[in-house]
Design a protein around this ligand. Sequence first.
Ligand code: URA
Length: 254
Amino acid sequence: MTRLPTDSPSSHPAPERLQKILARAGFGSRRAAEGVIASGRVTVDGVVATLGTRADPDAQRIAVDGTPIRLRPTELTLALHKPAGYVVTANDEQGRTTVYHLLTDAPPNLRYVGRLDQQTEGLLLFTTDGELAHRLTHPRWGVEKVYEATVSRVPNAAALEQLRRGVALDDGPTAPARVEVVRSSADRSVLRIAIHEGRNRQVRRMFDAIGCPATRLVRTAFGPIVLEGLPRAQARELSQAELRALRDAVDLHD
Ligand code: URA
């Protein structure tokens, strides 16, 4: 098979890069879609595509492994109020109840955006948009996540400062965080902590490290999207304004 020419000044550039079209058709992030193109599995009007190929999905036949791709007319992005006890995974080998049990009629390519621990509650985003999911969880964009943690004990000023400046964890020091005490009583307190990283069990490990383990952890915001107003175990589609703000947060302006 011949390979399609890449962009050249003399060609008539079709509107979109192939990796963008493939990401929209459910082949993962643009980076993942580039891998599919580079492996020679993609054809445009029967001609093998290369990185740099542009195509018009309305006018040309784009196929992967010979099967025409199907573009979804619109992507779906949801916010879920995850209760404690649900596992964030597509398939749980141990048969535990997953967050997908809370979503009815979820399209098969609806993926969660970043994990929450089984006992963590709060805002969990889902999207069919592979590129959006990729960027929202990639350290390059460092999207802020806000959590409210109920901790046993009341951290002293030095412990709070440690959280703010960075805590030494076994996978390296944490980046600076915003930390506020929301309320405290004699033996426990509720703190709000905003982080830009997304390491495994990071917030719990940060509180463990200062000697004040979290007994309850709720994610209240993910970038510009907030949990407030969404009842527990309920999901809702993001509004157009929310979606625009979320995409702007990761430099997806198109
Ligand atoms: N940090 C944690 O420790 N757990 C979560 O679920 C999310 C962030």
